[in-house]
Design a protein around this ligand. Structure first.
Ligand code: DHB
Length: 390
């Protein structure tokens, strides 16, 4: 197969890029090792920045407007006391609750309807000639072997990226940070507990009350990274959530836990996001801890910039925009890295902190400084909604 752009990975980043390229008349083939059903069933975060919604809707993927929910603010609960961050009032922006699975389903359905070349369930995938004419070797779901030749290879193959490992060590830098905790995430069959998301800081640790539908909700609480989700009963889970969130007349609406998992926490960046004719986008190049839901939004922003570069390259022959892709993408990657790290530090209790009493009192001082100040709340709102116009 010969194509203009070979894309590794059919997650939201790979499919969004393939979709945008198709609209600009640029050919691509997407190679993915997981099955479509498997990706669709993988539960990820649920918040889209306004800019992510604009990118989707502007390219004709507009289910989010019908099935998503616009959130004009969020709640910070500190020791049971509620503080609203009014995004709309503070920075004139909002976010949308629309799960990543739904973004994937919308994009995969649209690529299929448009006759896009997306190969799920591939195996034996390898790459070659990244500084010349890139090639991807793979076996498709029927067992047929292919050599895919392209002018550009895009690694949108997620946090366990094959493509990232093809960059020679002396051509890249890896930045890494680990955290002493993880999130216990559940889906529960229950009505919504509140209209907006609740980020709770308490002496018992962090909790996040999010939503999915009228009858299914998503919630998380800070836990030890060695926690085995299967060991926990529904009652033990609700005990943790109640202790961290309930109080001052507020009570979570509870129901059966229908899914539970432990999410690891780490920060990672691979820079630059390019090697020869290989370009990395999304989790393949960077991972953020989940606090603040930046992962998917960063991936979509990478894709927007990379698409602009590739569109200019294929239509004019000028490589100026692809050459500046990595610097422009990393500019936002490091803002999001900082925000995810900072929100995490602001809201979680640190189990390994030797000076625990100092850390906790200082943290409450930081929270008061922020939440009592319109500037502080506006800073949170600006980062959370995605630095619109910047
Ligand atoms: C969700 C996840 C997040 O990490 C977050 O900050 C907000 C919402 C979610 O899964 O709904």
């Amino acid at each position: 197969i010969t194509t203009q752009v070979a894309i590794m990975g059919a997650g939201p980043a790979g499919l969004m890029l393939s979709h945008l390229l198709a609209q600009a008349g640029i050919e691509s083939t997407v190679v993915e090792i997981r099955s479509r059903a498997d990706i669709s069933a993988t539960i990820r975060a649920g918040i889209l920045e306004a800019g992510s919604v604009d990118l989707l809707v502007g390219s004709g993927i507009d289910n989010v407007l019908r099935n998503g929910h616009e959130h004009e603010g969020t709640e910070f609960r500190v020791n049971g006391e509620s503080h609203r961050i009014d995004f709309k009032d503070l920075v004139g922006q909002s976010v949308w609750l629309y799960p990543q699975n739904d973004v994937f389903d919308d994009l995969s359905a649209r690529r299929e309807a448009d006759g896009g070349d997306v190969r799920y369930s591939c195996s034996d995938v390898s790459t070659a000639d990244l500084t010349g004419q890139p090639k991807v070797f793979f076996t498709d779901s029927d067992g047929a072997q292919f050599e895919l030749r392209a002018q550009i290879l895009v690694g949108a193959d997620g946090s366990r990226s094959h493509c990232r490992f093809q960059i020679p060590e002396n051509e890249r830098t890896w930045y890494f940070n680990e955290y002493p905790f993880a999130w216990f995430g559940i889906l529960t069959e229950a009505p919504r507990s509140a209209d907006e998301l609740i980020y709770a800081n308490s002496e018992h640790g962090f909790a996040l009350i999010s939503q999915r539908t009228d009858t299914v909700q998503r919630m998380y609480f800070q836990c030890d990274p060695k926690t085995n989700a299967a060991d926990w009963t529904d009652e033990q889970i609700w005990e943790q959530l109640r202790a961290r969130v309930n109080g001052n007349g507020f009570e979570l609406k509870e129901g059966p836990v229908i899914d539970k998992m432990v999410l690891p926490f780490r920060s990672f960046v691979n820079a630059p996001m390019r090697y020869g004719n290989l370009f990395l986008a999304g989790d393949a190049a960077h991972t953020v801890p989940p606090t603040g839901a930046k992962g998917l939004n960063l991936a979509l922003h990478d894709v927007k910039l990379l698409f602009e570069g590739l569109d200019s390259f294929f239509s004019t022959g000028s490589s100026a925009l692809v050459d500046s892709y990595s610097d422009r993408a990393l500019d936002r990657v490091w803002k999001a890295q900082n925000f995810s790290y900072w929100m995490t530090t602001l809201l979680h209790t640190v189990p390994t902190e030797e000076n625990h009493a100092f850390f906790r009192a200082r943290q409450l001082g930081e929270l008061r400084s922020l939440l009592e100040s319109e500037h502080g709340r506006a800073y949170i709102a600006e980062c959370y909604t995605g630095w619109q116009g910047k």
